[in-house]
Design a protein around this ligand. Structure first.
Ligand code: GRF
Length: 216
């Protein structure tokens, strides 16, 4: 599979469920020119009353609230998300603290990215989000943690890894202090990865997608 982005600026959708800190960082990076050649054209929140919705609205971005409970199953829920993204003619989908599983249609393959606050494949999967991840890292006595940007496939926190950034874990760390350190690394790593995709028109993903090609 080869993913190419022919036109710039790229059109991105951002998906979130809560605080929207990752969305805020993208907005800020684009506004200050630290992230170029891409525009956020739409956002999707899986919850209505969250800070992320306010952040999107304040930035003048369209927000569609798509809640799992409003759909009979994951198929219809996923279809609704896909339809929002397709109507906005998005090239790239950036998951940014989106806590729901969505089964994206085939044309999206290789175009959906996520960031996870651990060094995947460690400390990923269902239930591993926010402070739970950092508490598990501390309980395991890890000396290093970090964050991972990966291509999303059809399993939680699973798809091909694009890049990781490590941070040290100290003896005094709590889930909160470690979370803050990982958060700072996330704010640096995710835009950097997106910029490399924009600049290469997707070519940086070629070896990653090739290595992870499903065997027949
Ligand atoms: C980030 O830690 C990211 O790794 C994860 O969600 C967090 C952002 O959450 N996927 P929020 O947007 O601040 O709620």
């Amino acid at each position: 599979m080869v993913v190419r982005f022919e036109k710039q600026p790229l059109r991105a959708a951002v998906l979130f469920s809560g605080g929207g800190s990752t969305l805020a960082n993208f907005i800020d990076c684009i506004a200050t020119g630290r992230l170029r050649g891409i525009r956020i054209v739409t956002t999707v929140s899986s919850r209505s009353a969250v800070r992320g919705v306010e952040i999107a609205a304040q930035a003048g971005l369209p927000v569609s609230v798509v809640r799992t409970r409003d759909y009979p199953d994951v198929v219809d829920f996923s279809r609704q998300i896909a339809s929002v993204i397709e109507s906005a003619a998005c090239d790239l989908v950036l998951m940014a603290g989106f806590m729901c599983f969505w089964d994206f249609p085939r044309p999206f393959a290789g175009r959906v990215l996520n960031i996870h606050p651990s060094l995947l494949p460690r400390f990923g999967g269902k239930g591993m989000y926010g402070p739970h991840v950092h508490a598990a890292v501390l309980a395991a006595g890890e000396r290093v943690s970090g964050c991972t940007v990966h291509i999303v496939d059809h399993e939680y926190d699973h798809g091909p890894i694009i890049a990781q950034q490590e941070v040290p874990v100290g003896p005094e760390d709590t889930a909160e202090t470690l979370g803050a350190r990982v958060g700072a690394a996330e704010r640096e790593l995710y835009p950097r990865v997106v910029q490399s995709i924009v600049d290469s028109r997707g070519a940086v993903l070629d070896p990653i997608l090739e290595r992870n090609r499903p065997s027949r």
